[in-house]
Design a protein around this ligand. Structure first.
Ligand code: SF4
Ligand SMILES: [Zn+2]
Ligand SMILES: [Zn+2]
Length: 316
């Protein structure tokens, strides 16, 4: 790697795909520029937005909170952060501690909500029930469905106009392949840095870091002096996403640019599927009355699959 950045400072990061050596300053600026470009090009925010940041305490959400604090506060948007405690002992506590520290450093209003308070069960308890009943779904599937629902309910309750998440290029390329392998055309169509249509009852979820590789986000967070979350969720290793992550990392190492190409294809397919997505109807869940594209929403589906009742929904 060249010893110097173009600006003359000593190099800090080598970007293999473009062959650039970057000093710390040019590297962090390049990450912020990439996020800003997505925000601008996709029109993710307006100055009147009240943006809820999904702050898990992991590197992606830290980078997101830091970058939005730099960019969006300047334009007058209101920012606050929410951390969800799914209830995974020995793993989640560290993330919550880091999330609190980040919110304090960035002077963000911060809330923590738990699965236990909301649904009556921790993720661990839900996984135990699933195991005892022979339900084949994995921890990440329960977690994803219940977290998405809770984030939307919280956004409605706390008056957010947008929910910003820290999904990065790696997450988004993995998600595309998962949807492809599952034959889920609707989800392929709905992928993107922002939703194609605003639907009643759903607060738009936006992803300013969609085109930034995971590795560069980790380096950015380190360069900004944040604590990095060391623990790994015990459920991650059993997931399909984990297998696809390994596959994509191998492909990227041999064929640099693979992840970018996949996300670009995903964007092109979303455009082609736009009409299908726009014309799909939003219904009300037959059981809980929440907006859903299905007769029974995924959250109710999970609970009926497990044969348990969730505690009364505290958001209502
Ligand atoms: S790894 Fe899976 S189970 Fe663990 S927090 Fe992430 S989505 Fe939830
Ligand atoms: Zn430089
Ligand atoms: Zn429901």
């Amino acid at each position: 790697m060249p010893a110097e950045c173009r600006c003359g400072r000593s190099s800090f990061y080598f970007r293999r795909q473009s062959g650039e050596a970057l000093c710390k300053r040019c590297f962090t600026k390049s990450i912020e520029r990439a996020a800003f470009k997505t925000i601008k090009k996709e029109g993710l925010f307006t100055p009147n937005d009240r943006i809820m940041i999904a702050l898990s305490g992991g590197k992606d959400s830290i980078a997101l909170a830091h970058i939005l604090s730099k960019i969006e506060k300047r334009y007058g948007a209101e920012l606050f952060a929410v951390t969800i405690d799914e209830g995974v002992r020995g793993y989640r506590e560290e993330g919550i501690r880091i999330a609190k520290e980040v919110a304090t450093r960035l002077e963000l209003e911060h809330y923590t909500f738990t699965f236990k308070e909301t649904y009556g069960y921790t993720l661990e308890e839900i996984c135990e029930i699933a195991k005892s009943k022979g339900v084949q779904l994995l921890g990440c599937s329960f977690c994803g469905i219940l977290r998405r629902r809770l984030l939307n309910d919280l956004a409605l309750k706390l008056g957010a106009t947008k929910v910003a998440t820290g999904h990065n290029l790696d997450d988004e390329s993995q998600t595309f392949l998962i949807n492809l392998f599952r034959g889920d055309v609707d989800r392929i169509g709905r992928a993107g840095a922002r939703p194609l249509v605003t639907r009643e009852g759903f607060i738009p979820r936006v992803k300013p870091l969609r085109y930034i590789p995971e590795k560069e986000i980790a380096v950015y967070v380190y360069a900004k002096g944040y604590d990095l979350y060391q623990r790994e969720c015990p459920y991650v290793r059993a997931s399909l996403r984990d297998e696809i992550r390994d596959l994509l990392n191998r492909l990227e190492a041999d064929h640099p640019g693979t992840k970018h190409s996949i996300v670009n294809v995903s964007d092109s397919l979303s455009e082609l599927l736009e009409e299908k997505i726009i014309s799909s109807k939003v219904e009300r869940c037959f059981l809980c009355g929440s907006p859903s594209s299905r007769k029974i929403c995924r959250t109710c589906e999970v609970f009926s699959l497990l044969g348990i009742r969730r505690s009364s929904d505290r958001m209502n």
